[in-house]
Design a protein around this ligand. Structure first.
Ligand SMILES: C[S@@+](CC[C@H](N)C(=O)[O-])C[C@H]1O[C@@H](n2cnc3c(N)ncnc32)[C@H](O)[C@@H]1O
Length: 441
């Protein structure tokens, strides 16, 4: 009978291998493999899988030094396990002897007993020769990012690229959004303190609470009743920015899983008529669940934002939120698999899709209304380039560059048009915002 430690490491190796070798998303791979573990072992599985993917390039460089011939393709799961073993030795507090013995035992769990000796020898040599102390050989392994991403960041953010690369490999804090219809962030901070949970507030993002340590949502006071939701602080800028002029009829054009639309509903508190659309039926279920939990409702429609003729009733909207599909390059610290799954060529296709959706939605906006263009990308091609080209092509579109409040000025970088929050700034995710207003003719 295998030990729990070996079982968890074997499951983590399957998760990492599913991402690296099969191109599955980390969330999907974890969902498959964690159900096979008792609940008490799942946080270790996540820690190992996230950490190993964050450090992928450095770990692979070490593996290249430790084994003479690459493992066969059919043994890719052992390559993943070896990476997990090295990650434990160089970046966790797991005692070395436990890391080595349980990783080696996991080789047998993965039914490759003949490779147990190799894994054991590699881990012991890594310790003996202190490979962790040697400098990284390539910029990919120094920054733990693929070269195309490093190059694009250095081109778009020459002065900030190194900081962004470091921030992308850090663990993100857990942010909450307090339901403004029920109470304030300061009140909720007090409720957390009663439970012994430390937290802080951030000037300029009034509903946000940042937890000192991540918590299980079931341990958060009032979570199941909708008093609070999990949402990064930078994502919380959207709803207040959009609702500045107190619009009545609002469209959330790419709404799933429903974070920003939930915030719109909480702030509107019954005075906003919200239509939330998304083209992904499964993700729309999560919008329904999220709205149900906070006890507020929108009209939810499955539809393609680039084809409004298929779902729009013809009545103009006072405000439109376009939280466009994007590379998610601003949220790599929460989704390290992005570094392995995205390709440079995706960016051009995404910016074409973003431009197409923006153009298609513009006729739905009433004169005088505002459209907030949002991405969780840090790439110019998906952000200011898209908005600037749109303004040049549409004479009735102007940027409203006034920020929703002055306290966020220090969090944002002004772009050719729009504003960028860089990942890691004040503990926030990377988000781009540009507010467009339709001229009244
Ligand atoms: C960045 S996510 C939106 C996050 C959401 N606004 C929130 O705050 O929870 C982008 C969404 O766009 C959706 N999407 C992608 N292409 C679309 C299209 N052509 N029409 C409508 N939705 C689309 C995706 O399914 C995804 O849910």
């Amino acid at each position: 009978m295998a030990s729990a430690g070996a079982r968890t490491r074997a499951a983590a190796a399957k998760v990492v291998d599913a991402v690296v070798s099969e191109g599955q998303s980390l969330d999907a791979a974890i969902a498959v493999h964690e159900t096979q573990l008792p609940p008490g072992e799942r946080s270790l599985l996540r820690m190992l899988a996230y950490g190993t993917l964050r450090h992928h390039w450095r770990l692979q460089e070490w593996i290249g030094e430790l084994i003479n011939r690459p493992l066969k393709r059919r043994d890719s799961v052992i390559n993943a396990l070896l990476a997990i073993g090295l990650f434990q030795l160089c970046d966790t507090r797991i005692p070395d002897h436990a890391a080595v013995s349980q990783t080696v035992e996991a080789v047998r769990q993965l039914r490759r007993p003949k490779l147990a000796g190799l894994v054991n020898a590699c881990l012991r040599r890594f310790q003996r020769e202190d490979l962790a102390a040697r400098s990284a050989g390539s910029s990919q392994s120094r920054f733990n990012h693929p070269q195309w991403l490093i190059d694009r960041l250095k081109s778009d953010w020459p002065d900030d690229a190194d900081d962004i690369l470091v921030a992308n490999n850090a663990r993100a804090p857990m942010w909450l959004r307090v339901n403004a219809a029920r109470g304030t962030a300061a009140e909720y901070k007090g409720r957390l303190a009663v439970e012994g949970i430390g937290s802080s507030l951030l000037d300029g993002i009034p509903d946000a609470v940042c937890l000192s340590e991540p918590q299980r949502v079931d341990d958060l006071p009032g979570f199941t009743d909708g008093d609070v939701s999990v949402q990064d602080g930078a994502a919380q800028l959207a709803a207040r920015w959009l609702l500045g002029d107190k619009p009545r009829r609002v469209l959330d054009a790419c709404a799933a899983p429903g974070g920003k639309s939930g915030h719109v509903l909480e702030l509107g508190n019954g005075n906003v008529d919200l239509t939330a659309i998304d083209n992904d039926a499964n993700r729309l279920e999560r919008v329904r669940d999220n709205h149900e939990r906070i006890g507020l409702g929108a009209t939810i429609v499955q539809g393609d934002a680039s084809k409004p003729e298929e779902w729009w009733d013809g009545a103009p909207f006072d405000a439109i939120l376009l939280d466009a599909p994007c590379s998610a390059s601003g949220v790599i610290r929460r989704h390290p698999d992005i570094k392995l799954l995205r390709r440079d060529t995706d960016i051009e296709a995404l910016s074409a899709l973003q431009a197409e959706i923006l153009q298609a939605l513009w006729p739905l906006l009433a004169p005088g209304g505002r459209l907030l263009y949002v991405t969780c990308s840090v790439f110019r091609a998906e952000n200011d380039d898209v908005v600037q080209a749109f303004i040049e092509a549409n004479g009735d579109a102007v940027e409203d560059s006034v920020l929703p409040n002055n306290n966020i000025r220090d969090l944002m970088r002004r772009k050719a048009c729009g504003y960028q929050v860089l990942p890691g700034t004040a503990g926030l995710d990377g988000f781009f915002y540009a507010c467009l207003v339709k001229k009244v003719s």
